[in-house]
Design a binder for this molecule. Structure first.
Ligand SMILES: [Zn+2]
Length: 268
C-alpha cells in the first residue's frame, strides 16, 4: 500500500509559494510555465511569460526569445502575412542581432515577394555567417540561380564557404556533397580540383559515394551536439532534448574526426 502525502503538508506549502511573488518561487514558477508553453508550441505565451523573468535571466536567454519571435514570424508567413513576419523578425533582432534564422526567413520573404536577386544575396550572406546552415541554404541558392540563369553558382558557393575560414577543406567538400542534388555532386570533384588549396582531399567519386551511404546509415544529415540525435530534417530546436541551435551537419564531426585520425576511405 502506498503512503499518501499528508494533506496538511501541501496546505502549508502552498501559501508560501504564492505569498512571495517576487522571490525565487515566482521565478521558478515562471520558468516552469515558459517551458510548458514551449512544449505546446505556444510561442506567444512563452514570450509573454519570458518577459516576466528577471532581466538577468532574459539577457542570458536572449537567443531563445529571438527564436520565439522567429517561430511567430514563420506562422505569420504561413498565414500569408509577410508584413507581420517582417515586424516580428525586426523584434527578434533586437533580442539578438546576429540571427541566421531571421536572415533565412528574410531571404524567403524577399523570394516570395518576387525579388530573386535580392533573395539570392541574402541567402549567400546568411551562408557566410552560418556555414552550418549550408544544407538548408545551398539548395535554395541553386534553385534561384538556375531561375536567374546564373550557371556558375557552385564555384561561387565553394569560394564563399572557403572565405569564412570556418570549414576546413574536407568539411567543405563533404558539406557540398551532402547538400547538392545528384547532378551537381558529379561536378563537385572537378570544381574541388580547380579551386585547389587542399580541396582534393576526399573529393573523389568513390569516397563521396561512401559518404552519402554513411549519412543514410547514420539516419540523417544532421546531429544534435547535446544528445547525439540523428535527423534527416533540420530543426532549430532538437526534438529529443529540446536544446536550441544544437543541430549541426553530421559531416562536420566526421570530417573533424577523420582529419584527426585515419583517412575516411580506409575506415570502410
Ligand atoms: Zn538533442
Amino acid at each position: 500500500m502506498t503512503k499518501r502525502r499528508s494533506p496538511s503538508l501541501s496546505i502549508n506549502l502552498a501559501p508560501d509559494l504564492w505569498a512571495a511573488p517576487s522571490g525565487e518561487h515566482r521565478n521558478a514558477a515562471l520558468d516552469h510555465l515558459v517551458r510548458i508553453y514551449e512544449s505546446q508550441g505556444d510561442w506567444a505565451n512563452a514570450l509573454k511569460i519570458f518577459r516576466e523573468l528577471p532581466p538577468a535571466v532574459q539577457q542570458e536567454r536572449c537567443r531563445i526569445a529571438a527564436h520565439y519571435l522567429c517561430e511567430l514570424a514563420e506562422h505569420a508567413l504561413l498565414q500569408g502575412d509577410s508584413e507581420r513576419a517582417r515586424t516580428l523578425l525586426r523584434q527578434a533582432r533586437t533580442h539578438h542581432p546576429e540571427l541566421p534564422r531571421a536572415d533565412i526567413l528574410t531571404a524567403r520573404i524577399t523570394e516570395m515577394a518576387g525579388d530573386s536577386s535580392g533573395a539570392l544575396m541574402l541567402y549567400l550572406k546568411a551562408l557566410e555567417i552560418s556555414p552550418g546552415l549550408a544544407l538548408e541554404i545551398i539548395p535554395r541558392v541553386l534553385n534561384i540561380s538556375r531561375e536567374l540563369g546564373q550557371s556558375e553558382m557552385l564555384g561561387e558557393l565553394v569560394e564563399r564557404l572557403r572565405r569564412t575560414g570556418r570549414v576546413n577543406a574536407r568539411q567543405l567538400v563533404w558539406l557540398l556533397a551532402t547538400a547538392l542534388p545528384p547532378q551537381d555532386v558529379r561536378r563537385l570533384a572537378a570544381i574541388a580540383g580547380e579551386s585547389g588549396g587542399g580541396m582534393e582531399t576526399g573529393s573523389d567519386a568513390a569516397s563521396l559515394g561512401a559518404l552519402l551511404t554513411r549519412i543514410g546509415d547514420a539516419g540523417g544529415r544532421y546531429q544534435c551536439d547535446e544528445c547525439g540525435l540523428h535527423s534527416v530534417g533540420w530543426y532549430w530546436r532538437c526534438p529529443k532534448c529540446r536544446s536550441w541551435d544544437s543541430m549541426h551537419p553530421s559531416v562536420f564531426k566526421w570530417a573533424e574526426r577523420t582529419d584527426e585520425a585515419a583517412p575516411y576511405a580506409s575506415r570502410g
